[in-house]
Design a protein around this ligand. Sequence first.
Ligand code: TYM
Length: 331
Amino acid sequence: METIVSGMRPTGNLHLGNYFGALRNFIKLQDKHNCYFFIADYHSLTTHPNPADLHKNVRTILSQYLACGLDPEKATIYVQSELPETAELYMFLNMNAYLGELERVTSFKDKVRQNPNNVNAGLLTYPTLMAADIIIHRATHVPVGKDQEQHLEMTRTFASRFNNMYKVDYFPEPVAYNFGEELVKIPGLDGSGKMGKSEGEGNAIFFVDEPEVMKKKIMRAKTDSGPTEPNQAKPQEIENVFSLMKLVSTEDTIKFFDEKYNDCSIRYGDMKKQLAEDMIAFTTPIRERIKEVENDSEYLRRVVRHGSEKARESARKTISEVREIIGFKSF
Ligand code: TYM
């Protein structure tokens, strides 16, 4: 049995990229492994949310996890800020994290470019906090999307640096995990590479989107004027629509449109209509469950209380062993 950890920032509603990139694998893994899944609310402080929004967003994402099939009887589901041991480990790891390597992280460079007036130390040390999240449970596998690959590389660096520094074999070096396959990047609807909430309105498909909204977004997905030669390579935006279709449509449907593309008779309007229909069929049961779960405060409270207690047990054990290794002793 492996120990598995993953988390998401509470920055809005869950989209298909989150689900197919990470959450779906997690749901599969929870049956057989020791799984910890958390809401990364410490991480979201880098963008300074106001207190009322912070709590609301945690609640939103928790309801949506549960509605997608995360099972609190199987996995340990908790809120990051209820585990102060993570913050302590983050501090220890920061003592051996170097400015040069942190500045080279792509996600940091992107944030600096996007928000030059908010380059805070939390953003710079995002990878050390993420490493702490993972190794606080001494995890070996981390189900995430492709965009998190570099952060996982940093986690391995920090874990092995700790081991080497103290001449111990304490932390495993965790790997990003997608059932032995390549990590995935789910494309958005705007023709660019990635589905994400910060990529602009209309790019992401959210589970909470009402069918009409979802359909409108999909019908507006970027396409071109169509193939002019048989079997021609698909441009990125067309490849994206096919990729989205592969998530929710049957093989026959995909084959049908593939053939139409290859003989130049494809009508993108028809393809998008089909995609919308299949996407709505896939998301509707989850959307309905979200509505039930988000109104059940008692259930949410129970889940978090139970999960946080279990997570703390594991975190306390790690932090007391880490203190011992570092050389902190009580008098
Ligand atoms: P976050 O909140 O941006 O995204 C949550 C998860 O969704 C995946 N994801 C995608 N996967 C494929 N295609 C997409 N278009 C797509 N968009 C989002 C992300 O890869 C991620 O797995 N740093 C993390 C949160 C975090 C964490 C951790 C994860 C904090 N500590 C420890 C794992 C372990 C983040 O910002 O994810």
